[in-house]
Write a protein that binds this ligand. Sequence first.
Ligand code: ADP
Ligand code: MG
Length: 713
Amino acid sequence: MSIKSKIFILLALLGVLFVAVNVAIQYQCILPGFKTLEQRESEKNLNRAVKAVERDLEHLSLLCYDWSEWDDTYDFVADGNQEYIDSNLVLTTFTHNRLALLYIIDRSGKVIWGKIYDKEIEEFITLPDFPEDQWPADHPLLGHRQPESVLNGYLMTSGGALTLSSRPILPSMGDGPIRGTLIMGRFLCDNCIQMMREQTQVDLNVWSFNCDTLPPNVCLIKDQLTPRQPVLFQENDKVTFGYTFFPDIFGSPAMILQVATQRDIFNKGLQVLKANALGTSIAALATILFLAFLLHSIISKPLTALETTLQYISRSGTLQQVDEKLLTHDEIGMLGMEFNRMIIRLQNDLERRKQAEQALAAKETHLNTLLSTAPDGIVTVNHKGIIESANRAMELISGYGTTELLGRHLLFLIPARYQDAVKQEVNVFIAGSETSLGRQGMEITAMRKDGSELPIHVLACTMDIDQKHKYACFIRDISELKELHDNLLRTRHLAAIGEMGASIAHEIRNPLAGISGAVQVLVENAPADSPDLHVLNEILQMASRMESSVDQMLEFAKDWNPEITRCDLVELIDTIIREARINKDLKNATIYFKGPEASPSWVDPVLFSQVLVNLLHNAAESFDGPGEINCLLERHDRETIITLQDNGAGMTPEVLAKVFKPFFTTKIKGTGLGLSICQKIIEKHGGSITLSSTVGVGTKAVITLPGKKLQIS
Ligand code: ADP
Ligand code: MG
């Protein structure tokens, strides 16, 4: 949940709590106050009603007192004079004084005068409660023994509730003996009650205690009533009833007084509380909204800006600053500013890093280019001799791809027979001792993927990478160099041999010619049956062979300058083979030739013929009987290859290794110069000649001639 939501929820909770506490306090503390006020109002109204009833009784009592201490009344009890009746006991006395009952009774209980007037029917009536002529002498209303005796009260009669006042009849001075009792009464009729209502402005009602038609709520509280003690009863939320009752003159419950008080105070109070609660709620809501707005502006807005920026950075990976307009001048604002400063520093760092990476990448590219274009093979190996990297030149030298080289021991590139020696050298180097491997490098024979061997020059150096010893080996293919070197040596050797041969041949040639000539003379002069003739012929043959050897030696010593011309090699070979077929020295050989229609090539026809004849002779000389020589010419894009395959005796590897050395021969009559001359001629053409042979199977000579004309310098 976001801070914004949390703040809103917290503020809302606070608002609800505030309103709830406020309302609770008002309802618990203020509302009871209104209730108390309302109760007091009810009690006051009830008292007012009671007072009104009592005032009426008091009024009646005063009237009764006035009449009872009037001498005329005193006299009337004694004589019952008509005059008194006519002037005082008339209807107006009743109506003016709202009297319903007036009785004048003497001490024996005899009614001197007594009438009951019903105002509603405007007639005098009789009630069984009040006898018309004789009352019991001990009637409570008649029991006045003292002049100041008075009996006021209420009495329930069959005609309704009566307010009664009874006083002893005395002379005006109050000193005579009590002559009788004056009883006055008023019905608490509807009019009286209405009058009291108007006087008191209180909504009051009076019922007889034992009335059968009491309202249900009055019936309910009837038993709880005690004299003068009000009982309040909330009828509903509009009216509160107050009840009390009046005992009759005998002390029994007589009348129930009910006062209805409108619950205006309580309802007004309730309205005030409701308005207050509403007002508080609105104020709380406004405060919450204001606080929320403030908190949003002060906290949430800058925090959201920070959060949005952070989310953007984490999603896009792009560094971005927080919009400073959204930051406030407080701790959060400071946080945002610090964040922005950090972003600027990071951006600068990133820029520097990018530049460094670019420089590094450029250096790496440079280094890689250097490594891949380096003519020497470069491999790095760990302390165990395992290859960890290799460059392009190493692939070319070894014939292995980089992936094939990686993870393998460096020694796998060395032929098994040299491995022990190399391993020993490598161990000494790794041990840190000075070796030729680390000083000037050493020449080793390596083995390519195709199994062929080549001489390499290896120079090693130690590198410390990540606190680990590693070794870099710089490997150079020196096969060409070696070949050049060998060729140079051979050429020098041949030149020396040639020079020596030429001088020897020169020295021998003339004496040999003299010997041959002399012997020839001897042969010619000798008789046909001379036994010396055979010996002389032998000498001649020997001399001839020596001449031929001397010729070859001179041939070998010659520094040819081939006259290379454009000629059809197929035609040339065809001619040579045709001549060879009729040569008696090659009669045991069957020669086949296979080639294209024509093969225009750049060769010296005379010298090339010499090469081919030499090879044909060597093949024929290897036959132990008849044999076959297959000659094949193949044209390729850049070269022409002539192969001569015989099925003669073949050669051992040891012989094969020496065949191109001058004067090496295995034949009794051989000179050992044939193949040396062949090689010299072919090399003068810019080509090469190789021999392969298997004992008992035969020998194959392969001549490779360049396709283009050789520029002889
Ligand atoms: P020569 O023939 O005079 O011995 P070469 O230089 O022609 O001298 O040959 C050198 C040697 O090479 C020969 O003595 C022979 O042992 C060997 N040789 C050359 N060609 C063949 C061949 N076709 N078959 C077997 N051996 C050969
Ligand atoms: Mg030969």
